[in-house]
Design a binder for this molecule. Structure first.
Ligand code: BES
Ligand code: ZN
Length: 421
């Protein structure tokens, strides 16, 4: 049923300064028809793509916490928001203005509070809808022998090698040639894991709006291949400042290298899951979760049955007392509890929880699309690696080895074996 245009209530620009003129924004706390909302946004914004009008290259839609917008410099916002709900507002941006937005956030909040960026207005409007409730499911731990055998296989030196190789690219920015090269390098590395294994394949996930590709290694399930378990972390780094050096050794060469080592260990152990496992190195996380946002939305659209997602982003800096921390917001409480039990049952590590307070990494894209997702993290929020997003995010800040990251690889193996059974 289509709603009446009366529901597209007038929106008066309160709290967002700048040159934007007053416009109309649909109220997403009530029922909103997405097509109508796009039409309304198009006629209000002028520059927006209307029906039959193509999107321009470089156009991007960003969803932000409204509270954050109020605190930010109004000059960052050249136009009125095109839509909003109680918590979030959607703005149209030019791609080249995004770095300025990140910088502005960094200056205002001491660290970026995070935002989602989308190629299309339609995708951005999805952010305003409440995520669908997750169906209840049972998590069981009954693969002790297999877990113990396979969780012993990840090797610290392999992870350190992976981190060194990825951090050697000057930066892995999603729009930089070196960021593209880093993705291609990972594709070649992962292709080696697929050699002589007909049930393993590697493919890039190409993104229409930017050149960096996500990388997907698929281990086809032997019994229920249509059910999918996802493990992964972002391969990109920030663009870098000054001479653009951004090694991103901890954020997030460490998570990408751990993802690779989990795949290597499982395959080296001759493991063939019952369900399909997809290992993903996400592009463009630092640009607003764009790689994972596109992939998770595509999976949802295609009806892919993702049983669970584990995000590995920053694994190698031991800043806190406990070993592994789980992000409690924008994640699945049931799956988080399952991960805690995996540690208690199989691994000699301690765990805790932390809160980001916003969709701080790729797990949020999966949560948003209705999949159970978790984010395992290196420390408490306050004690995370202080060198990230700078030229100083190098392996030596983590002791020059991957001892901490190894714990996450072992957890990832246990997670895969107990969930993809
Ligand atoms: N790895 C960080 C997320 C992070 C940093 C979590 C510190 C906990 C503590 C991630 O790569 C990142 O920088 N995310 C952005 C948000 C994103 C949506 C652009 C952030 O946190 O500012
Ligand atoms: Zn990160």
């Amino acid at each position: 049923m289509r709603i009446s245009r009366l529901l597209l209530i007038p929106f008066i620009l309160a709290g967002c300064a700048g040159t934007a003129a007053a416009g109309y924004a649909p109220d997403f706390d009530r029922y909103v028809d997405i097509e109508l909302a796009i039409e309304a946004a198009a006629s209000a914004g002028g520059l927006l793509p209307g029906p039959g009008r193509p999107e321009r290259a470089g156009q991007v839609w960003v969803s932000l916490e409204r509270g954050d917008v109020t605190a930010l410099d109004g000059a960052l916002f050249k136009r009125a928001p095109v839509a909003q709900n109680k918590h979030l507002a959607i703005y149209e941006f030019e791609t080249e203005d995004l770095d300025q937005l990140s910088d502005g956030m960094y200056r205002t909040f001491a660290r970026a509070p995070g935002f989602f960026a989308h190629d299309t207005l339609e995708a951005a409007l999805e952010d305003l809808k409440a995520p669908p409730p997750l169906p209840a499911r049972a998590y069981t731990l009954d693969q002790a022998a297999r877990v113990k055998e396979l969780a012993a296989l990840p090797r610290e030196e392999n992870i350190a090698e992976g981190i060194r190789a990825l951090a050697a690219f000057k930066n892995r920015g999603y729009r930089y040639a070196t960021g593209v090269d880093a993705s291609k390098w990972l594709q070649r590395e992962w292709a080696k894991l697929a050699e002589n294994r007909p049930y393993v394949s590697v493919a890039p996930f190409k993104h229409a709006a930017f050149p960096q590709e996500s990388v997907i290694l698929t281990v086809l399930g032997a019994a229920e291949p249509e059910k999918v378990v996802v493990l992964g972390g972002h391969l990109d780094s920030v663009a870098g400042y000054g001479d653009n050096a951004a090694p991103g050794a901890d954020d997030n060469a460490s998570g990408a290298a751990v993802t690779q080592e989990i795949a290597r260990a499982l395959l080296a152990g001759g493991y063939r899951p019952a369900k399909t496992i997809k290992f993903i190195a996400f592009a463009a996380e630092e640009a607003g979760l764009r790689g994972s946002g596109e992939i998770a939305a595509a999976f949802k659209k295609e009806g892919v049955r993702v049983e669970g997602m584990l995000n590995l982003d920053m694994t190698n800096y031991k800043g806190s007392e406990r070993d592994i921390y789980f992000v409690s917001d924008n994640s699945s409480p049931e799956q988080n509890a399952f991960l805690g039990r995996l540690i208690e049952t199989y691994l000699p590590y301690t765990w805790g929880t932390l809160k980001c307070g916003y969709g701080c990494s790729d797990h949020a894209s999966w949560t948003k699309n209705g999949y159970p997702a978790s984010y395992s993290f290196e420390s408490t929020f306050e004690q995370h690696n202080p060198f990230i997003h700078k030229a100083t995010d190098t392996l030596d800040k983590c002791g020059g080895n991957a001892a901490h990251a190894l714990k996450f690889a072992r957890l990832g193996v246990a997670y895969a074996v107990e969930l993809a059974k």
